[in-house]
Design a protein around this ligand. Structure first.
Ligand SMILES: [Fe+2]
Length: 197
C-alpha cells in the first residue's frame, strides 16, 4: 500500500526570480532546507498515527499541541508563504472584490500595508503575521507565534508573512522593516485574493 506523503509545492517562479527582494540563496535555503525539514518531520510523525491520511488543514486543526501540530502548522504556513510570490516586474496591485473588502475593512490598500508592517514590526520572537478573513467575512491583521496558524481559530489566512529570522537574516540581517517592505513588492495579490472563502 502506497502511503500518502506531503511534498514541497511546485513554485510558479525560479528560486532566483525574487531577487533582490529575496535572494536565490535565501529562497533556496528557506524552501529547500527549512520547509523540507518541516515536511520530513510531518511525514515521519504522521506514520502510524491516527492523523495519517487526513488533509493538511484537518491535521492542523485536530492535532493537539505538540511536535505534530507544530510541524503541520509550519508546513501549512510555508505553503501559503511560497505560493504567494511573483517576480517584481509581474506584480500587480489588488483589484475587484478583494480590493473592495480591503477598503471596507482598513480604509485603503496602503492602510492595509501600514498595518501589516506595524503588526510585523511589533511582533516579538519567531512567528507569522497574517491577513485573515474571519467567519463573519471581516478581514483582520494578526500575528501568531512559532508554527501556529489562523485555521485553528476558525479564520482563513489570505497572506502569510514569515517572521522567523531564517526568512530574512541572510539578506537583511537585523533590518526587518526592509524585509517587510520589500516583501510587499513581490506579493502576487491574485493568489492572495484567490484564497477568499
Ligand atoms: Fe520560514
Amino acid at each position: 500500500m502506497i502511503k500518502f506523503r506531503f511534498e514541497l509545492p511546485q513554485l510558479g517562479y525560479q528560486l532566483g526570480d525574487l531577487a533582490p527582494m529575496m535572494s536565490q540563496e535565501t529562497v533556496s535555503l528557506h524552501y529547500d532546507r527549512h520547509f523540507r525539514t518541516y515536511l520530513d518531520n510531518l511525514n515521519r510523525l504522521l506514520e502510524g498515527s491516527i492523523y495519517e491520511g487526513l488533509s493538511l488543514p484537518d491535521i492542523v486543526c485536530k492535532a493537539p499541541i505538540g511536535p505534530l501540530s507544530n510541524n503541520a502548522g509550519q508546513v501549512y504556513n510555508h505553503q501559503l508563504f511560497f505560493e504567494q510570490f511573483v517576480p517584481t516586474k509581474h506584480a500587480k496591485l489588488p483589484s475587484g472584490e478583494f480590493l473592495f473588502m480591503v477598503e471596507q475593512s482598513f480604509g485603503s490598500f496602503d492602510r492595509l500595508l501600514q498595518l501589516l508592517e506595524k503588526e510585523s514590526m511589533s511582533f516579538f520572537g519567531s512567528g507569522w503575521t497574517f491577513l485573515v478573513v474571519n467567519a463573519d467575512g471581516e478581514m483582520k491583521v494578526m500575528s501568531l507565534s512559532n508554527g501556529d496558524t489562523p485555521l485553528r481559530y476558525g479564520m482563513t489566512p489570505l497572506l502569510a508573512i514569515d517572521l522567523w529570522e531564517h526568512a530574512y537574516y541572510l539578506d537583511y540581517q537585523n533590518r526587518k522593516k526592509d524585509y517587510i517592505r520589500n516583501l510587499f513588492l513581490i506579493i502576487n495579490w491574485n493568489v492572495v485574493s484567490s484564497r477568499l472563502p
